[in-house]
Write a protein that binds this ligand. Structure first.
Ligand SMILES: [Zn+2]
Length: 320
């Protein structure tokens, strides 16, 4: 009766698992076995450590006489698949951001606002890295033409360059939120440096709150480059900030000159309670303006209302 099997090509965890499942005992050393114990096999086993064979497939019979086939290529493919699967799943989630994945993340990270659970056709438009001398005025024009409100995540250093544009955002009923002093990955900053950046930007924004038309005064923060750490969440909370990411990011930081593609993607993936992320900065040039010109009229025709982040967060449903 076959009760053990060994082959140098099969000394992987997966094969050991399969041996066990088939009721076989796994042996590390070939000296424990002889060819006649291997059962039905197309290999010639030798007592040396090297096994000479042209075909590494083994067909053996387990104690229950159930035939099974294993080969090294299958094992390698399975191992590679197990490694690739999480990468493919992550890539898929980043590229398509299925709402169920976003809701799942939101459920386990409730202190970060990713998506609003609502049955109303309401979405929030957020624009990062503002203000920008050439781009922001045109974005504001498009928003005014389409009667839409947005939340601008501004960068402290950019405010210093064009404070008048931030004032215009407030005056036109948009929301201004904190995106730290520089467009850098926030998670790379030390906790002290991160807190300093948050506070410095806050000082610049706070000046405009007297003309904040939303009246809600929720202080929003979005980490630079979209990643956060536990300490960042704690610091942001201590400074009175709510952290917002989003549920609809068309990767416009990668595709910087494909307005048509970005628009198609946004309209395809649009969902109730979505938080859209776009950018107001030089690499995108005029892409965001084109995208807004394309999507805002379509959203309106589909019955969507575009609001600020605070409005979406506090959304209770339409009164009228
Ligand atoms: Zn940014």
């Amino acid at each position: 009766m076959l009760d053990a099997l060994w082959h140098p090509g099969y000394s992987s965890l997966i094969c050991r698992f399969r041996f066990r499942r088939e009721g076989l005992r796994f042996c590390w050393r070939p000296t424990l076995l002889t060819a006649n114990r291997v059962g039905t096999t197309n290999l010639r086993w030798r007592r040396s450590k090297r096994v000479h064979c042209s075909n590494l497939s083994i067909i053996a019979r387990s104690v229950s006489s159930t035939p099974f086939v294993m080969d090294i290529c299958g094992g390698i493919a399975l191992a590679v698949g197990l490694i690739l699967l999480p990468l493919i799943a992550t890539g898929f989630s980043i590229a398509f951001q299925p709402t169920w994945v976003v809701r799942y993340v939101q459920k386990f990270q409730p202190e970060v606002f990713y998506i609003k659970r609502t049955e109303d056709k309401v979405v929030s438009l957020t624009i990062d890295d503002a203000p920008h001398s050439d781009i922001t005025p045109q974005i504001l024009d498009v928003l005014r033409e389409n009667k839409c409100k947005a939340t601008f995540f501004v960068i402290g250093e950019n405010i210093d360059l064009r404070p008048d544009l931030v004032e215009r955002m407030f005056n036109e009923g948009h929301e201004v939120a904190n995106h730290t002093m520089k467009d850098v990955a926030s998670w790379r900053l030390s906790p002290t440096h991160f807190r300093d950046q948050l506070i410095e930007t806050e000082k610049r924004i706070a000046k405009y709150f007297s003309v904040d038309h939303s009246g809600r005064q929720i202080k929003w923060f979005r980490p630079g480059h979209g990643f956060y750490s536990k300490s960042m969440l704690e610091i942001a909370k201590a400074e009175g900030y709510k952290v917002a990411l989003g549920s609809l990011f068309p990767l416009d930081t990668l595709f910087t000159a494909q307005a048509w593609l970005i628009s198609k993607y946004l309209l395809w993936r649009m969902h109730k309670g979505a938080i859209i992320i776009l950018h107001d900065r030089q690499p995108q040039k005029h892409q965001t303006i084109k995208v807004l010109k394309m999507i805002l009229p379509v959203l309106k025709s589909r019955g969507y209302k575009v609001v600020t982040l605070s409005e979406l967060y506090s959304w209770q449903g339409e009164d009228e």
